[in-house]
Design a protein around this ligand. Structure first.
Ligand code: MFK
Length: 550
């Protein structure tokens, strides 16, 4: 009989995730851990079972735009699969957004929510995207919304009832203004009861959402303002919105992303006129954290499959898991996942504290700096790790029908949307120059380092912090900007190393072995913690790209 390869199996994604369990054990108060553990165990199983089935069904039936009905009326109806809708219903019932606002565990609620999102994401066909925008919109309303918005939208965004729950869009991107939203062309004109918006939005994710937060310029203003839109009229028709087409994307194809135009669309001003970008930051700082959770979620799924496969796949007379070179490869990837996981959960913890008014000045500053850094770093790690994961399967990793390539294709959007790597590196620098965020981050990190015992690598960690500080102190803004990416990635790695050391110390006390210290050791051996190369801007770079001097 000829040979057939056994496919990889997914075990319970919570109970088998040692890194996550240890992290939660340390970060959550014992009563909270006791209260959520059963739920996480059930959910960890469901994401390998019925939720995964829905994910595959949603990916198999992509959304479709129907622009006209049989009678020639323009309807612009986006049809999504039943599976996509079912994923939304499960997300509501599981309280994936609601948890953060019900706050059953105070500031720690964000950590519990992040654990569920991390489990859900790789089985959700990226339903985490609408959840991210809805959570960001709920937070935006909580901070900047008036009573009407709280009554109209907020309660729907945080509902657990599938019939009542809403998702929100975050319509920032236009043809002229992508990363640079100052190019926004959408105009807002005062109208009865508020404003009317006219303009074109070039990328709108999860376009079937019931509402959207968007930017527009009030006639005569220089600065942008923030607006709330309801996408449909009570009749079900679109609310003066035309959908031109669905985007033909590399990944995230179960989710509709559209180009659309607003044609005198009724809108309500949110917060203060002319403070649109600053207020929208309340939303996009939440979605950036979701992006980071999503990044680690994809890495985890890929590595869970690759590690299982390595125990089944025989090559050169033994399973791959008995080949040291293969295990070394997997260990390097796993250590990178765990490093990212700690950065993500630390940011989540800070966000929870901020929202419960429990964050110190230093923690607020650390959060401001780490939000863009965690997003940019984990997104890059996700793409790189998943590319390696596919290779771990050999040719099978390149085959669409085993649902491995989709992980990489979906992950490829993570460094792009919600601010590209370079834009976020510059945002990190801006947080330092404008809000002195480095000082707070540094105090937080030094506090953690001084809690480490002798014998740990405290000195190396301290040197890492000092290296980051020297770069800021010794370079002019132009040099800092050209090295912003290297600086931000180094900051992410140093943060990860400090968090791993802190976790490792706790694990050594309470367990017989430490996974976190194992990861730190592997990363150190790989020289992963070395600062990224920084060097002066030189015209050679322009020449090698364009063949001539600037
Ligand atoms: C599964 C996970 C999925 C997640 C959902 C995915 C859905 C996809 C939807 C999208 O991709 S929507 C498009 C996302 N687009 C971006 O994220 C835009 C990227 N560009 C930037 O972030 C630019 O840095 C920015 C647009 C903010 C620059 O605009 P400006 O007008 O040059 O802003 P400026 O002058 O730097 O800042 C204006 C104000 O906002 C300042 O406050 P003040 O007016 O008080 O001085 C800034 O401090 C504040 N601000 C900017 N960025 C901030 C911030 N505040 C806090 N945090 C930030 N990150």
């Amino acid at each position: 009989m000829s040979f057939f390869q056994e496919p990889p199996q997914l075990a319970n994604q919570y109970t088998t995730d040692r890194a996550l369990r240890l992290l939660l054990e340390r970060c959550l108060p014992q009563d909270v851990l006791g209260a959520v553990q059963g739920d996480l165990e059930n959910f960890g199983l469901r994401v390998t079972d019925d939720i995964l089935d829905l994910c595959l069904a949603a990916q198999a039936q992509e959304p479709r735009l129907q622009q006209f009905d049989a009678w020639g009326n323009r309807i612009d109806e986006i049809h999504v699969s039943d599976a996509w809708k079912a994923l939304g219903a499960i997300a509501a019932q599981e309280g994936l957004v609601a948890l953060a606002y019900e706050r059953p565990h105070g500031a720690a609620s964000r950590i519990c929510q992040a654990a569920k999102l991390y489990l859900f994401n790789p089985s959700s066909a990226i339903y985490t995207c609408p959840l991210a925008m809805s959570d960001g919109a709920a937070r935006l309303i909580e901070v900047h919304g008036d009573a009407t918005l709280k009554e109209k939208a907020y309660k729907h965004l945080i509902s657990r009832d599938p019939k009542d729950v809403w998702t929100s869009g975050q319509w920032m991107t236009e043809r002229a203004g992508g990363s640079d939203v100052s190019g926004t062309e959408t105009m807002a004109r005062p109208a009865e009861g508020g404003f009317e918006l006219t303009g074109t939005k070039w990328f709108t994710s999860a376009t079937t959402s019931q509402m959207a937060m968007t930017l527009a310029r009030v006639e005569g203003d220089q600065a942008l303002s923030l607006f709330y839109i309801e996408t449909r009229l009570p009749s079900g028709h679109l609310n003066n919105i035309e959908i031109h087409r669905l985007k033909d994307k590399l990944g995230t194809r179960a989710m509709p992303t559209a180009e659309l135009s607003l044609r005198n669309t009724p809108a309500q001003l949110v917060g203060t006129q002319g403070r649109g970008v600053a207020q929208m930051a309340t939303l996009f700082n939440v979605t950036r954290i979701y992006n980071a959770i999503t990044s680690v979620g994809y890495m985890r799924r890929g590595l869970a499959l690759a590690a299982d496969f390595a125990q089944r796949r025989q090559a050169f007379g033994r399973p791959l898991s008995q080949h040291p070179l293969h295990v070394r490869t997997l260990a390097g990837l796993q250590a990178r996942l765990v490093a990212s996981l700690h950065v993500v959960f630390y940011v989540t913890q800070l966000q929870g504290k901020l929202e419960c008014d429990e964050a110190s000045q230093d923690e607020r500053a650390a959060l401001r700096l780490l939000t863009p850094v965690a997003k940019l770093f984990t997104a890059k790690e996700s793409v790189s790790v998943l590319s390696e994961v596919l290779e771990c399967f050999g040719g099978a990793g390149y085959m669409e029908d085993n649902h491995l390539p989709v992980l990489l294709r979906d992950a490829q959007v993570l460094p792009i949307w919600e601010g590209t790597t370079n834009v976020l590196s510059l945002d990190a620098l801006r947080s330092i120059q404008k809000d002195d965020a480095f000082t707070g981050w540094r105090s937080e990190m030094e506090r953690k380092i001084s809690g480490l015992h002798k014998g740990t690598d405290a000195e190396t960690l301290r040197e890492g912090v000092q290296w980051l500080h020297r770069q800021l102190a010794d370079n002019d803004p132009e040099q800092l900007a050209v090295n912003a990416r290297a600086w931000a990635i180094t900051l992410a790695k140093i943060t990860a190393a400090i968090l791993l050391a802190e976790q490792g110390q706790w694990e050594q006390y309470t367990k017989s072995e430490s996974m976190a210290l194992g990861c730190l050791k592997v990363l150190t051996q790989k020289q992963w913690l070395q600062p990224e190369a920084v060097f002066e801007w030189d015209d050679t770079e322009h020449q090698i790209v364009y063949g001539q001097s600037k």
